[in-house]
Design a binder for this molecule. Structure first.
Ligand code: PLP
Length: 410
């Protein structure tokens, strides 16, 4: 007999996950399969493999320690190397002691939510938000998300006022609100937040006695003019450092999503102790840890890699936005990440979430193009779609061409 919790988890996989595998099973190829699927739905940086391949495929010595049990919250080697990397790139001191290394940022978010919230307690998320928060912050913790809708009229700019309002309304409705969670830089919109915007969120949290969880997985994938500001160590922060918990990983900035390695950083001793226990269920293989140590051991290589990656991201962004403009498809400016938040409201058969879902299905089945609808990110206003562009430029060009032909016909 499956428990209530098990039954709750046993739903169908989301349609957008099925779309990814449908695209990957029959990918577009200009000569071999020009009618194949285009996957601009999945946020993978496929522009850096040539840089990674020589490092990752070079013969490497594996010692006995690399195949034995290590601390399940990350061996000292990878925690030290990651702390040194974060300290160097952020300009703030991170201690290896405060890092919990687990199998992906997904696991780090799950652990943070589980250790911060009791079942039924709430986490406020500015919306649209990274869609997997629905699973990562909720699935095991049994917490619930309270979206704080950001206004399309402001270009979905982060609003501490909207977050505070959502927290207050949730409390008035009888919920115990424990935390605010956000992505910075902002997935899906691509904003790089200014220090004053981040400080305002910390003030709202401090006024309401909330913790803040910040997913900084795109910290080193900033290509616009505004620099990334880390939440931990932010000058002038109203919230004490032990209430600020950040996550980062190798999936985006290092283009290594399949390795599934993420870290939770917290200086709160009880949260850290709980996270170390929960890490037992999501450890990273010692072999993968050794591989990443060898990458991080060479700061010259990592810095050059990240600089090249950022240049390529900028070029890819310029390419896709140029194509979108040619087809008169509106979108918001982004300064980071792998995607463009695109306004397809004019294409909706009806200005509703059903209308958005109908357009999404039409794109997938008729145009064989996978892009993700705003509903997958909890966007209150129908018609916004996330287009990921960090793949072969020919695929991006064909994707926008197919989208453009639809625009022309509507
Ligand atoms: C904001 C954000 N957090 C976490 C993840 C997943 O990270 P990981 O693959 O390390 O679990 C993603 C991947 O799309 C993401 O965009």
């Amino acid at each position: 007999m499956v428990s209530r919790r098990g039954t709750r988890m046993a739903g169908e996989p989301p349609a957008i996950a099925a779309a990814h595998f449908r695209c990957e099973a029959r990918p577009y190829h200009p000569e071999l399969d020009p009618g194949g699927y285009l996957n601009l739905g999945t946020a993978e940086n496929r522009l850096v493999w040539d840089l990674l391949e020589p490092r990752l495929t070079a013969p490497r010595k594996l010692g006995a320690a690399d195949v034995r049990y290590a601390p399940l919250y990350g061996g000292e080697g990878l925690r030290e190397a990651t702390a040194a990397f974060l300290s160097r790139t952020r300009g703030v001191s991170f201690a290896a002691e405060d890092l919990i290394v687990v199998s992906g940022v997904t696991a780090a978010l799950d652990i943070a939510a589980t250790a911060l919230c009791d079942p039924g307690e709430a986490i406020v998320v500015p919306a649209p938000y990274y869609g997997a928060f629905d699973v990562d912050l909720v699935g095991r913790s049994d917490a619930r998300l309270v979206p704080a809708p950001l206004a399309a009229a402001t270009g979905f700019r982060l609003s501490a006022v909207a977050i505070g309002r959502a927290a207050d309304e949730a409390r008035r409705a009888g919920l115990t609100v424990r935390a605010i969670a956000l992505t910075s830089p902002y997935n899906p919109v691509g904003h790089v937040y200014r220090a004053d915007e981040l400080r305002a969120v910390l003030e709202v949290a401090a006024e309401r006695d909330l913790d803040v969880v910040v997913d900084e997985i795109y910290a080193n994938s900033v290509f616009g003019p505004d620099p990334f500001m880390g939440m931990y160590g932010l000058p002038g922060a109203a919230l004490p450092p032990d209430r600020i918990h950040t996550v980062w990983g190798f999936a985006k900035d290092f283009g290594l999503p399949g390795l599934k390695v993420g870290v939770l950083h917290t200086v709160e001793p009880r949260l850290r102790a709980a996270a170390r226990e929960l890490a037992y269920f999501a450890p990273v293989s010692t072999d993968t840890q050794a591989l990443l140590c060898s990458l991080l051991a060479d700061p010259g290589w990592t810095d050059a890699f990240l600089a090249t990656s950022r240049r390529r991201l900028a070029a890819s962004y310029a390419h896709v936005t140029g194509l979108l403009m040619e087809h008169r498809i509106d979108h918001l400016p982004a300064g980071a990440g792998f995607s463009v938040w695109t306004d397809l409201r004019a294409l909706l058969p009806a200005a509703t979430h059903d209308g958005e879902a109908a357009l999404w299905r039409r794109l997938l089945t008729s145009a064989r193009l996978s892009i993700l609808p705003g509903d997958a990110f909890g966007c209150a206003e129908p018609g916004w779609f996330r287009i990921c562009h960090t793949v072969d430029p020919a695929i991006v060009a064909e994707g926008v061409r197919r989208l453009g032909s639809l625009v022309g016909r509507t």
